[in-house]
Design a protein around this ligand. Structure first.
Ligand code: PHE
Length: 375
């Protein structure tokens, strides 16, 4: 850029003026383009700094004949003042724009707005449904009982009319402890415990964790939840049971649930029934979850077997009762569209966290196409 003047003994001042004008034009357009103070500072040192464009011209003064050094120096100094003026002007503009933005931000800030909520997690789907069911049955005059997960063989089987030779034991193979106790296979032993504890009349529900020896897949877990229901009173019959089951399912699912009733066999009820609900996943059309039937086994139940009432110390001449063993895990899966039971016991809590945590968890069904809850 100093090529036209440096080292030339007799100088054409016109070339210098042109070079200065070019530098000034550059500075003007670049300073207009500078969007912040930092960019402007860089531009300033490129133009006016020792190594900058005008600085390079100043260094060449020595190469002019002595009589020209005065006018050249003056021209360069005047240019320097003009360039500084341009840069200072732009700096003022940028400062003003920055101050405006700041005060706008201050004006926009509303200290009365509520703070931003951080996601905090949600109730586990099984817990959410369990609590809901407890509220429903408390309204119907039931109390909530619990029992131990480690049970005696007697309470888990014999007291429920399942002697050790009974083939029904195969269906409920479980984990045996060396001292002869078992991880309970169902919540039904608490039927026996409650009858012993309270006598009749009696209304209890028993939410709890159960265990069976299972090969784990999308619809089978060795650890799952049930809610046992037991109502013993005068003149209790199957219609009371079906009415109770419908109330429960309608309220949990928040819709009119269609049910069907089939005969079912359990040694501790007579007659025994299976109450199925129409499949939430496919709306009853048939899918992998309901094994193409459109129905989900949700509530095995029946009239409490006289042998069980007797074991519980209840006078069978005076009282009858119904019992059910709701598949709580399965109902939670239906309610929240969970297709894979393994999500529920997994250590990865992310799929269980809901943005609507105050109204209960929402779990998006994932693409896996598999059956529903525990068989
Ligand atoms: N305990 C039974 C099971 O786990 C379910 C059941 C409970 C059936 C009460 C009838 C009455 O399979």
């Amino acid at each position: 850029m100093s090529g036209s003047v440096s080292g030339v003994a007799s100088v054409n001042l016109g070339d210098l003026t042109e070079e200065i004008a070019r530098i000034e034009r550059d500075v003007e357009s670049n300073s207009r383009a500078a969007s912040d103070i930092d960019a402007l500072r860089t531009l300033e040192s490129k133009a006016l700094g020792k190594e900058g464009a005008l600085g390079a011209l100043l260094v060449t003064i020595k190469s002019y004949p002595p009589q020209q050094r005065g006018p050249v120096g003056r021209a360069l100094n005047e240019a320097k003042v003009r360039i500084q003026g341009v840069i200072d002007g732009r700096r003022k503009e940028l400062r003003a724009a920055h101050d405006d933005a700041e005060s706008q931000r201050a004006a926009d800030f509303d200290p009365t707005l509520p703070g931003r909520l951080e996601p905090m997690g949600a109730l586990h789907p099984v817990t959410a449904v369990q609590w809901e069911i407890e509220r429903i049955f408390e309204r119907l005059g039931f109390t909530v009982e619990t029992g131990p997960e480690l049970e005696t063989e007697h309470n888990n089987f014999e007291a429920l009319n399942i002697p050790s030779t009974h083939p029904a034991r195969d269906m409920q193979d479980t984990f045996w402890i060396k001292n002869g106790m078992v991880l309970r296979t169902h919540t039904s032993p608490v039927q026996y415990r409650s009858m012993r504890k309270f006598g009749a009349p009696l209304r209890v529900i028993v939410p709890g964790r159960c265990f069976r020896y299972e090969t784990i897949d999308a619809s089978h877990e060795n650890t799952f939840h049930q809610v046992e229901g037991l109502m013993i009173d005068h003149d209790i019959s199957i219609p009371n049971l079906i009415a109770m089951a419908k109330t429960l399912l309608n309220e949990v699912m928040k819709r009119e649930v269609e049910v069907r009733v089939r005969p079912g066999y359990f040694p501790f009820v007579e007659p025994g029934i299976e109450i199925d609900m129409n499949c939430e996943i496919c709306g009853g059309a048939g899918c992998a979850t309901c094994k193409q039937s459109g129905w989900i086994e949700i509530l095995p139940a029946g009239m409490v077997h006289p042998n069980v009432l007797k074991a519980g110390g209840i006078d069978t001449a005076e009282f009858t009762g119904f019992a059910f063993g709701l598949g709580l895990t399965r109902l939670a899966m239906m309610k929240y569209g969970i297709r894979d039971i393994r999500v529920l016991n997994s250590g990865d809590l992310r799929p269980l966290v809901s943005p609507r945590r105050l109204s209960g968890p929402v779990i998006a069904p994932h693409s896996g196409d598999s059956a529903s809850a525990h068989d």
